[in-house]
Design a protein around this ligand. Sequence first.
Ligand code: C5P
Length: 232
Amino acid sequence: MGRDVIVACDFASAEDTFKFLDKFTGRKPFVKIGMELYYAEGPSIVREIKKRGHKIFLDLKLHDIPNTVKKAMSVLSHLDVDICNLHAAGTTAMMQAALEGLTREDGTRPLLIAVTQLTSTDQEAMERDLLINKPIDEVVMHYALTAKNAGLDGVVCSPLEAGKVHDTCGKNFLTVTPGIRFADGDKGDQKRVMTPADAKEIGSDYIVVGRPITAAEDPVAAYERCIREFCD
Ligand code: C5P
């Protein structure tokens, strides 16, 4: 897969999601389904969005014992999602079990990417609550490399980290980057943001864009602007 824009469908119901997706009569965006929508609507929301012709990144961030994650990933794989994810903190054994669970009988599987340290975790919380005393940048790169060595396809990271992740893990290791805002747009609660054009420049493989598209007056125009800035 090449560079693409993934639209974060952070809606509370299938009804709101379909009202939004109905606006896209041309190119069908790659869609991210998160915990809120998935837990509200269940696996049928994945099947229905897939049936409408969208690719799906199912953002459920699994983290449990290897056997449980393996079985859960097998269920997600049969839902035919395109990308799913887990916490690298679950360790190599969990990540390898996840890959086994994801791999279908015919050898195909969805892409699997890892969350390193959540961007909501700062150095102070990491030291105090997790007893990790290394600099957070080093921790993020270590988790990315561990994910790569376990056989994963990439990581979710800040666009500001994408270049360093590629330097550390190679250019084929995917970087999927939220925290995207237009140069003339509202930042909302995101602190460290980047424009689609800058994310392209720095080498992000996929950008995840929520409110700049979902809350825009003309979501289709905002999506097309992202495509122009990031993909073309
Ligand atoms: O609306 P906005 O563009 O900020 O949405 C970004 C999406 O990416 C949301 O679904 C958010 O939960 C997700 N995300 C993020 N930062 C991370 C990981 C995921 O913003 N570090």
